[in-house]
Design a protein around this ligand. Structure first.
Ligand SMILES: N[C@@H](CCC(=O)N[C@@H](CS)C(=O)NCC(=O)O)C(=O)O
Length: 224
């Protein structure tokens, strides 16, 4: 073991001896918000690129929901669902946590973050419809229904971004709200062009551009 490996093997913030393994692909906005958060928290982690649709068995033994993200701690303990993973990571991160621990500050970050993940859910439903149904069964009105509502969430975040100017969606520092909003925005922009999210949400687009230029985000940028 080299000196570098030894340094890498022990993370004093967590007491965890090996890098955490994030199962998934950063094409998933849920995986990506966990990946960006791990970067910003300075935690030791690596991506285990799994194709959950083509190879669901790679996930089953850790997560019977067969979903990504799934995060493996060094002892094999598996964490599932991005909100629960991020909750555990916040606890490990100490003062680098990304959601305030309590009170109004917490509620405000949670509300904006929930808006972002709700918009992700709706965007995903619009994206999955033509992907998983035979052409003649694709329900265009269901795609439009979800697109419109995803855009509602994105426009709420756009309003916060317009108020924030060069600042952050909630409070004075970057939080999980910014991370999730940017991951949701970039996913919608790349995976569902008919949403025209950049045109509809110019202030959120500016926030995304600012964040995507940083290493924590750019190192996880999804390829579509
Ligand atoms: N609520 C979940 C959503 C995760 C999710 O939907 N992941 C998708 C990829 S974007 C997935 O694993 N899909 C596999 C499937 O639907 O079978 C979370 O926040 O982690």
């Amino acid at each position: 073991m080299t000196f570098h490996d030894m340094l890498r093997a022990f993370n004093p913030m967590t007491g965890i001896a090996k890098p955490m393994k994030l199962l998934g692909s950063t094409r998933s906005p849920y995986v990506r918000r966990v990946a960006v958060s791990l970067n910003l928290m300075g935690l030791d982690w690596e991506l285990d690129q799994v194709a959950v649709f083509d190879d669901p068995e790679s996930v089953r033994r850790y997560n019977p929901l067969l979903r990504i993200p799934t995060l493996l701690l060094d002892d094999g303990e598996a964490l599932v669902e991005s909100y629960a993973i991020l909750d555990a990571l916040d606890e490990m991160a100490g003062d680098r946590r990304l959601i305030p621990a309590s009170g109004k500050a917490r509620r405000d970050v949670m509300r904006a973050t929930a808006m972002a993940t709700g918009a992700m859910d709706r965007t995903i439903w619009a994206v999955y419809e033509p992907r998983f149904r035979p052409k003649e069964k694709v329900e265009e009105s269901w795609i439009a229904h979800n697109r419109e509502r995803a855009l509602g969430g994105m426009q709420y975040l756009d309003g916060l971004a317009a108020e924030a100017g060069d600042g952050w969606l909630v409070g004075d520092t970057m939080s999980q709200a910014d991370i999730s909003a940017v991951c949701g925005f970039t996913f919608a922009r790349l995976a569902h062009p008919p949403m025209k999210v950049r045109e509809a949400c110019p202030a959120l687009a500016a926030l995304a551009e600012r964040c995507e230029a940083t290493e924590a985000f750019s190192s996880t940028f999804p390829q579509f």
